[in-house]
Design a protein around this ligand. Structure first.
Ligand SMILES: *[C@@H]1O[C@H](CO)[C@@H](O)[C@H](O)[C@H]1NC(C)=O
Ligand SMILES: *[C@@H]1O[C@H](CO)[C@@H](O)[C@H](O)[C@H]1NC(C)=O
Ligand SMILES: *[C@@H]1O[C@H](CO)[C@@H](O)[C@H](O)[C@H]1NC(C)=O
Ligand SMILES: *[C@@H]1O[C@H](CO)[C@@H](O)[C@H](O)[C@H]1NC(C)=O
Length: 588
């Protein structure tokens, strides 16, 4: 965690950022948008907002500011174990197994969470979870979310409290059993059939089976027609299935953005800086006319439009190391939404998503147990060792935007014009970079083709160095993500991810990262030069060509988002996660 550094750097950048540069992201989500008064208000927000809240605790601001409001939903004790269901099954599911040959279904209600059994709408559904087999249900209780298959179908005898407690400590309580205990304390939320929901689920079921067919037909079908772009080639895990899925998403997918909350903390976010993907997404989502719906009954997913970066700027007490106020804001927000609308309770958050590029995104999402363990969390800090679950959560690329778009910065020369083998410049912090520096910093005399340093000499451009390098090293910083990944891709430099497998790479549910990047374990850092030099010119040319091909998916355009760009890839990742669950209203 980078408590003080982040806070201080963000507050200083807040002070340094003129309001005009906020404009591209400013909006009133359709209300008083673009009026001068609004802009002024937003610019003064940090001040006025606090004042208003202090003066009038009855305003909307109060519930996301007040630190006293302890009415925040305090989930039953048993649910604390739910969070453990997060990371465990990830390896088996969508993002890590081959393309979509997975993505299983969970029927989710306010009362139960079911894992789809080996039989579904068309009798074959379930292979969205190919690795699941019934023997593993009891044999490997660590696989919590998978274990629900059997538990949901034929509830095992509920464990006694003692037994459950032990299991909980051992992290071996079946997810379902926990759920059953949990729900004893819940009132029944919904008794009527929910026809609208059933219709939505039917649509999703059709899309799911179309995608499943595409997975199976991968090599036999001619590519699908598309006026803009046809995904093909090894950069995809399964290009044909991705294309099908993408088109299905465009046809069907509807996102509802909750209107509650006021800027700057809600409905706004940073559109420049390393956190830009957070603000960009919020802005583009709110401006979207194609997939955004104003009718929550038509929505497949619900977006919680808060910005953790803005919270750190406005709510967090600098240097306090206290995330409490931020967490309370989030938990109060969910408390309000779940009281006002039926949607959160109906799925316990499973069809809701949050998005944050801030390092703290994952930590503050624990403000609400279900947000952490059920909701789709779209995070730059996608560390699998910290509860990031690739089958449910989405890895958000970190993109350091200084202007409105990256269009003008892209491209670079071929390998023969790249004298540097490996390049890195950046601060010495986090777990990986010290190792890199220890072995490679200041060794340019010996190995002029390995350029690893903290600072670039005066007059040397970072971008130009990347353009002159064949491989760009992308170790994480304080946390796993690095804007270098996208930068390398923009500049046709083959990225080298340096980590021990904690980082869930962006869009890895669709993209075959091995085709256009290298991954180096930290222990192999001393052999860095050797490993990279072993890539033949032929291989390199191929990889670089693929880097160019994959660039489209990391692009942020000035003006409205374009098909297959970063915004739509993020949405597509959310779409895939939503396809993994099936929500049913409580019937009785
Ligand atoms: C899940 O939903 C599907 C379709 O509504 C239904 O056929 C199936 O029986 C449900 N599974 C469970 C465990 O409720
Ligand atoms: C099924 O589960 C057993 C026991 O956990 C495991 O050994 C086996 O490999 C699994 N089969 C498949 C196809 O995953
Ligand atoms: C959702 O559940 C919470 C907690 O049980 C409850 O307070 C709230 O009223 C419920 N919301 C709706 C819309 O029923
Ligand atoms: C990922 O999280 C683990 C557990 O907190 C931590 O030890 C590790 O350093 C993190 N990885 C990176 C690359 O930051």
């Amino acid at each position: 965690m980078r408590a003080n550094t982040t806070a201080s750097s963000s507050s200083s950048s807040a002070a340094a950022t003129p309001c005009s540069s906020l404009l591209p992201c400013l909006h009133g989500h359709g209300r008083d948008c673009k009026t001068a008064a609004y802009v002024v208000a937003a610019c003064l927000a940090i001040v006025t907002f606090l004042v208003v809240a202090a003066l009038d605790p009855g305003t909307q601001a109060s519930w996301f500011l007040s630190s006293s409001s302890s009415s925040s939903s305090s989930p039953p004790a048993a649910s604390s174990s739910l969070r453990h269901s997060g990371g465990v099954a990830g390896e088996l599911l969508l993002a890590t197994s081959s393309s979509y040959s997975d993505g299983g279904g969970r029927n989710i209600t306010g009362k139960d969470v079911h894992e789809e059994a080996p039989r579904g709408d068309d009798g074959r559904f379930p292979s969205l979870l190919p690795m699941v087999n019934s023997s593993s249900v009891h044999g490997a209780p660590d696989e919590l979310s998978i274990a629900t298959v059997a538990a949901a179908q034929a509830p095992a005898p509920a464990p006694g409290p003692e037994q459950a407690k032990d299991g909980l400590l051992a992290r071996k309580v079946l997810f379902m059993e926990v759920m059953m205990r949990l729900f004893k304390s819940y009132p029944q939320v919904q008794r009527r059939r929910d026809v609208k929901l059933e219709r939505l689920e039917l649509g999703l079921a059709k899309a799911r089976s179309a995608i499943r067919k595409a997975i199976q037909n991968r090599d036999n079908q001619p590519p699908l027609a598309d006026k803009d772009y046809v995904p093909v080639g090894p950069i995809y895990r399964n290009a044909y299935a991705f294309h099908r899925s993408y088109l299905e998403m465009e046809k069907l997918f509807k996102v509802y953005v909750y209107e509650e909350g006021e800027p700057p903390v809600f409905h706004d976010g940073p559109c420049r800086s390393i956190y830009s993907t957070e603000g960009r997404f919020i802005y583009n989502m709110e401006m979207d006319t194609r997939m955004r719906t104003r009718d929550p009954d038509l929505a497949h997913v619900f977006f919680l439009p808060f910005s953790v970066v803005k919270m750190v700027k406005t709510i967090y007490e600098p240097d306090s190391h206290d995330m409490g106020p931020i967490k309370r804001t989030i938990s109060d927000y969910i408390g309000v939404l779940s009281g006002k609308y039926p949607y959160w309770n109906r799925s316990l958050g499973a069809d809701h998503f949050m998005l944050s590029c801030h390092d703290w995104g994952p930590y503050v999402s624990s403000a609400n147990e279900h947000l952490f363990s059920n909701s789709i969390r779209v995070l730059c800090n996608a560390n699998k060792s910290e509860g990031f679950n690739p089958s449910k959560d989405v890895s958000l690329p970190e993109i350091n935007l200084r202007t409105d778009a990256v269009d003008r910065q892209v491209g670079g020369p071929s390998a023969s014009h790249r004298p540097i083998l490996a390049f890195f410049a950046g601060g010495n912090h986090g777990p990986v970079r010290p190792v890199l520096f220890e072995h490679w910093k200041g060794r340019t005399e010996e190995h002029p083709d390995v350029q690893v340093s903290e600072y670039l000499p005066r007059g040397v451009s970072y971008t130009e160095q990347m353009r002159r390098s064949r491989f760009c090293l992308c170790p994480g910083g304080y946390e796993v993500a690095s804007p270098r990944l996208a930068e390398a891709i923009y500049l046709d430099c083959v990225p080298v991810v340096v980590d021990d497998g904690d980082y869930a790479l962006p869009f890895a549910d669709v993209l075959n990262w091995d085709a256009f990047s290298l991954r180096l374990r930290v222990a192999d850092v001393p052999r860095l030069r050797e490993v990279l030099a072993a890539v033949s010119p032929r291989q390199y040319i191929r990889m670089q060509r693929r880097v160019r091909a994959v660039r489209r998916h990391f692009m942020v355009h000035g003006g409205p988002p374009q098909r297959y760009d970063a915004f739509h890839m993020i949405l597509h990742s959310v779409w895939l996660r939503r396809l993994n669950v099936r929500i049913t209203a409580q019937q009785q």
